[in-house]
Design a protein around this ligand. Structure first.
Ligand code: OAD
Length: 231
């Protein structure tokens, strides 16, 4: 039985809810340039293009729901004696809508914007443009999606490092293993002596680093794996 479980999730866990992944064919990075919509430089060049990209994705959240994989992770958190921490690279809100309590959004959240003038973080379902006014400092032009872009530091790295150093089971779900530091978590967990498992549609870039690998759709393999853990 495991006492400290860390679960890393990526776009693949939300794919069957209807949210696009990044690197699959037809994924977001096939239709948009990372440099344009996911870097601070891209935002400086064309803030309205970047706002529109995230406005569209924010509004799409209204028409999607958590799937069986998100729900299975909640069942694990509720029913296992030890602790479960979900670290997600996803900026959607499907883990929290499913009911996950111990959750860290390391790449930020679509439903938050941040004012670069006063630092206020605002939870919102609204759309924004380069002239939007911050409800806190009342100034315009400072609001940006509270998303971690390439070249920026992921959030909660201290908490995540601490959890990885103490985990005895590390599960990676629905991520291609292409983006660091998340792609390196498996090695940190292994270094801490954890058993490591990859659940994905196909082999990720770091597949060989895992002790155990299970391939299939998240809505099938995750509930099955959780059921076995809880037996
Ligand atoms: P990717 O799009 O890179 O990888 C998604 C993974 O999910 C792939 O390995 C797919 O095979 C797998 N997958 C697709 N459908 C699945 C399903 N139904 N069940 C299980 N697995 C499935 O997405 P991430 O790894 O999350 O960062 O990408 C990591 C980061 O790169 C993102 O957080 C984002 C992106 O650039 C930033 O924007 C900072």
């Amino acid at each position: 039985m495991y006492n400290n479980i860390v679960i890393l999730t990526g776009a693949g866990i939300s794919a069957e809810s209807g949210i696009s992944t990044f690197r699959d064919s037809g994924g977001l990075w096939a239709n948009y340039r990372v440099e344009d919509v996911a870097t601070p430089e891209g935002f400086d060049r064309n803030p309205d293009l970047v706002h529109n990209f995230y406005n569209k994705r924010r509004s799409e959240l209204a028409s999607v729901r958590p799937n069986e994989a998100h729900i299975a992770l909640v069942a694990l958190e509720l029913n296992i004696k030890g602790s479960v921490l979900v670290v997600t690279q996803n900026v959607d809100d499907l883990h929290e809508r499913a009911g996950s309590q111990n959750l860290l959004h390391m790449h930020g959240e679509l439903l938050k914007v941040r004012c670069e003038r006063c630092g206020e973080v605002i939870r919102t379902h609204e759309s924004f443009n380069k002239d939007s006014v911050c409800q806190s400092c009342k100034r315009s032009g400072g609001l940006r999606p509270d998303i971690v872009w390439f070249g920026e530091l992921p959030k909660y790295m201290d908490e995540i490092s601490f959890a990885l150093a103490g985990c005895d089971l590390f599960i990676s779900i629905g991520t291609s293993g292409a983006v660091y530091p998340a792609a390196g978590f498996v090695q940190v967990a292994r270094g801490a002596g954890a058993h490591t498992v990859e659940l994905n549609l196909e082999r990720s870039e770091g597949a060989s680093l895992f002790h155990e690998r299970i391939y299939g759709k998240a809505t099938e393999v995750v509930p099955k794996y959780v059921k076995e853990l809880l037996m």
